[in-house]
Design a protein around this ligand. Structure first.
Ligand SMILES: Cc1ncc(COP(=O)(O)O)c(C=O)c1O
Length: 604
C-alpha cells in the first residue's frame, strides 16, 4: 500500500529502467513472435509452467509474453499502483477478457447504467447470449441501489463494474464505497479508468481490476487502438494461463511496435492530462457563466464534485471531458459544425483524449447501442454533446470560438431542422474547382442572416439550400474566403449540390481562369469521379449583368454587389447571393453526374 501513497508520476519513473539492447535510452522493440531455447527440454518446462521469462526460463511465443509488451505492462502497473498489467489489442479486449476471466456461465454482474456504449452492449446482449452471464444495470452513484442489486443473486454476482468518470454523462463513482459493497458480497470491483489516467488511482480506493482503453488519452494522437488490464500478479497470470486464460485463448494480443510507441507516450501523459484538465475547467466554468447546461466534475455545481476532489491525485486536474446539453440534436449539430467548419476549434468525431478537441452527439454515436429507454435512464439527452477538450491553440482564442458557437446556437429556434446543404469547394490556381466537403447544415459558415434567408426561401419553395465556401489553396495554405447560399426549389435536386455560387477574394484567385470548353465540360459533368466542376470564369470577364456582371450559370440573374436579395433564377430557383468580399465574383456551377439534362449552353 505504501506505493499507492506516492504520486503516479513518481511511481511511473521509479520502476526498473529498461534500456535498449545497445544502451539506447529507450527500451528496444522485440519484434519476434517466437524465441529459441538452448536446450531442448526447456520448452516442455515452459509449457508446464515450471520456468518462465523471469523464472529461469525465457520467452516462448508472442501471444503469451513479449518483452516489449511486458515493459509497457510494467509501466502501466506502476501508473495504476498495481502489481502487474497486461496490455492488449483494444479497450474492449481488456473489458471482455477481464469479464470472461472473472465470470463463468450462470454468473451475474452489477454494472453502472452509464458506461461506454460498447461495454453496455457487451454486458446487455453479448455476454448473456454467448456466455450465459447476466447483468443488472444500476445508477452507480446510488449506493443503496448498488447494494440491493448485489444482494439479488447471492453467490452468483462476481463483478461490480463501473467507469471512474462515466462515459458520456461524467458521473463520478464512489470507488471506496463501491469496493466495500462489492467485497462484502464476494464480488470484485472492476473499474474502467480510461477517462482519468493520472487523475485518479482506483486501486487506492480498493478497486481490484483497473481497465484502460489506451486508444484515448494514453495514445493522445488517435493513431493507436489498444487497451490494458491492471491488477494483482495472480490475476494477470490467470489471464495468460495456457489452458484457461482468456488473453491466451481469445488472443487479444498487443503488437510490440504498438507497445513501444505507447511506452514512450506515458511519461508525458501527466503533462497532457494537466493541460486537458486546465482547459476543460476553464471552458466549463465560462460556459456555465453564460448559462449553459454544462457538465464537468470540476464545477462546484457537479453533483459529485466533492467526491471527485477527494478521489483525485493532486496536480493532474480533473479530466479533459466536458458535456454540454444543447437541448435538441439540431442545435447540437449546428454547434459542433460551427466549431469545426467555421472556427477550426476541433473535430466532429468519436473517441477522446486526442490533442485536438473531439466532439460527438452521444445518443447517436458512442451511446447509440443504448435503447431509447436506456438512454433516458442514463440521462443522455438527444442534444448532449460530449467534448474531449484538446490542448492545441491559444486558450483565449479557443474560448472566443467556443463562446461564439455557443451563443450562435442558442439563438437558433429550438425546433429548427437542418435546411442547408453546405459545400466547401477549393479553387485551384489553374481555375479548377473541387469539392472538399458537403454536409447538411444549420449554418456552419458565415453570418446567420443570408443563410437563414436562403433557407427560408428554400423551405418556402419546398426545396433545400446549398451553402458554399470557396477555399483557395496556394502558398499560404487554405483559406475559407466567402460564403454563399443558393436555395434550390427543385426537390429532385435536393441534396445533390446542383448549384453553388462562390465569391472568392481577388488577391487569392487568379484572374485569368479559362472556362472549360463545352466538350470537356460535359464530360466533366458526367464523370462520376468529379461531380463538381468549374464551369464559369469570373463574371466580369464573361459579360454584363445588372451590376456590370454577366448573366451567371444556369440563367441565374446576376447579383448586385453586396446584394442581400433573394432572386429567382430563370429555372425558377430562388437564389440568395451576398458579396462579402471586394473581389471578382466567381460562379461555380455544380451538377450531379446523373443530371443528364445539362446543356453546355447553360454554362458558357
Ligand atoms: C470508457 C471507455 N472504455 C472502453 C472503450 C473501448 O475502447 P477501445 O475502443 O480501445 O476498444 C471506450 C471507447 O470509446 C471507452 O470510452
Amino acid at each position: 500500500m505504501d506505493s499507492l501513497r506516492a504520486d503516479p508520476l513518481d511511481r511511473l519513473v521509479s520502476g526498473k529502467r529498461e534500456f535498449g539492447e545497445f544502451g539506447g535510452v529507450n527500451a528496444s522493440v522485440e519484434i519476434s513472435t517466437t524465441f529459441t531455447v538452448l536446450e531442448a527440454d526447456t520448452l516442455p518446462a515452459i509449457f508446464n509452467g515450471e520456468v518462465g521469462p523471469e523464472k529461469g526460463g525465457c520467452y516462448v511465443y508472442g501471444r503469451a509474453f513479449n518483452p516489449t509488451v511486458r515493459h509497457l505492462g510494467r509501466l502501466l502497473a506502476a501508473l495504476e499502483g498495481c502489481e502487474a498489467a497486461y496490455p492488449c489489442s483494444s479497450g474492449m479486449a481488456a473489458i471482455s477478457s477481464t469479464l470472461m476471466a472473472l465470470c463463468n456461465s450462470g454468473d451475474h454482474i452489477v454494472a453502472s447504467n452509464t458506461i461506454y456504449g460498447g461495454s453496455h452492449a457487451l454486458l446487455k446482449t453479448f455476454l448473456p447470449t454467448k456466455a450465459g452471464i447476466t447483468t443488472t444495470f444500476v445508477d452507480i452513484t446510488d449506493l443503496d441501489a448498488v447494494r440491493t442489486a448485489l444482494q439479488q443473486n447471492p453467490g452468483r454476482t462476481k463483478v461490480l463494474y463501473t467507469e471512474v468518470v462515466s462515459n458520456p454523462t461524467l458521473r463520478v463513482a464512489d470507488l471506496r464505497g463501491l469496493a466495500d459493497l462489492a467485497h462484502g458480497s464476494g464480488a470484485q470491483l472492476v473499474v474502467d479508468n480510461t477517462f482519468t489516467p493520472f487523475v485518479v488511482t482506483p486501486r487506492q480506493f480498493g478497486a481490484d481490476v483497473i481497465i484502460h482503453s489506451l486508444t484515448k488519452f494514453v495514445s493522445g494522437a488517435s493513431d493507436i487502438i489498444a487497451g490494458a488490464i491492471c491488477g494483482s500478479t495472480a490475476f494477470i497470470r490467470s489471464l495468460m494461463d495456457f489452458h484457461a486464460g482468456p488473453c491466451m485463448l481469445l488472443g487479444p494480443t498487443m503488437d510490440p511496435r504498438v507497445a513501444s510507441e505507447l511506452a514512450l507516450r506515458l511519461p508525458n501523459l501527466a503533462l497532457r492530462m494537466q493541460e486537458h484538465g486546465r482547459r476543460a475547467a476553464a471552458f466549463a466554468t465560462r460556459l456555465e457563466a453564460l448559462g449553459a447546461a454544462v457538465t464537468y466534475p470540476g464545477l462546484p455545481s457537479h453533483p459529485q464534485h466533492a467526491l471527485m476532489l477527494a478521489q483525485a491525485n493532486e496536480g493532474y486536474g480533473l479530466g479533459g471531458l466536458m458535456g454540454l446539453d444543447l437541448g435538441t440534436p439540431a442545435r447540437a449539430n449546428a454547434f459542433m459544425e460551427r466549431l469545426q467548419n467555421r472556427h477550426g476549434f476541433g473535430f466532429m468525431a468519436v473517441s477522446l483524449g486526442y490533442f485536438d478537441t473531439l466532439m460527438s452527439l452521444s445518443a447517436v454515436s458512442t451511446s447509440s447501442e443504448l435503447s431509447a429507454k436506456d438512454l433516458a435512464s442514463s440521462g443522455i439527452g438527444g442534444g448532449y454533446v460530449r467534448m474531449s477538450i484538446g490542448i492545441t491553440g491559444n486558450l483565449e482564442e479557443r474560448w472566443k470560438q467556443l463562446e461564439e458557437a455557443y451563443l450562435f446556437t442558442t439563438q437558433l429556434d429550438p425546433s429548427a431542422t437542418v435546411p442547408y446543404r453546405a459545400v466547401k469547394v477549393r479553387c485551384g490556381p489553374s481555375g479548377t474547382v473541387e469539392q472538399l466537403l458537403s454536409w447538411p447544415s444549420l449554418g456552419s459558415f458565415g453570418g446567420q442572416g443570408p443563410l437563414e434567408a436562403a433557407a427560408a426561401a428554400a423551405e418556402g419553395a419546398g426545396g433545400a439550400a446549398v451553402v458554399a465556401a470557396a477555399v483557395v489553396s496556394g502558398d499560404g495554405g487554405e483559406e475559407v474566403l466567402e460564403v454563399e447560399a443558393v436555395a434550390l426549389s427543385d426537390p429532385a435536386v435536393d441534396g445533390d449540390d446542383s448549384d453553388v455560387s462562390s465569391v472568392p477574394s481577388p488577391s487569392l484567385i487568379p484572374t485569368a481562369v479559362p472556362p472549360l470548353p463545352p466538350p470537356q465540360l460535359v464530360a466533366a459533368l458526367k464523370a462520376p469521379a468529379s461531380p463538381f466542376v468549374r464551369c464559369q470564369s469570373p463574371l466580369s470577364r464573361v459579360g454584363a449583368g445588372d451590376n456590370g456582371a454577366p448573366a451567371a450559370a444556369d440563367g441565374i440573374a446576376s447579383p448586385k454587389k453586396d446584394s442581400g436579395d433573394v432572386k429567382t433564377s430563370s429555372s425558377g430557383r430562388p437564389v440568395k447571393i451576398r458579396r462579402t468580399g471586394s473581389g471578382e465574383i466567381h460562379y461555380v456551377a455544380l451538377r450531379s453526374p446523373t443530371a443528364e439534362q445539362v446543356t453546355t449552353e447553360q454554362y458558357v
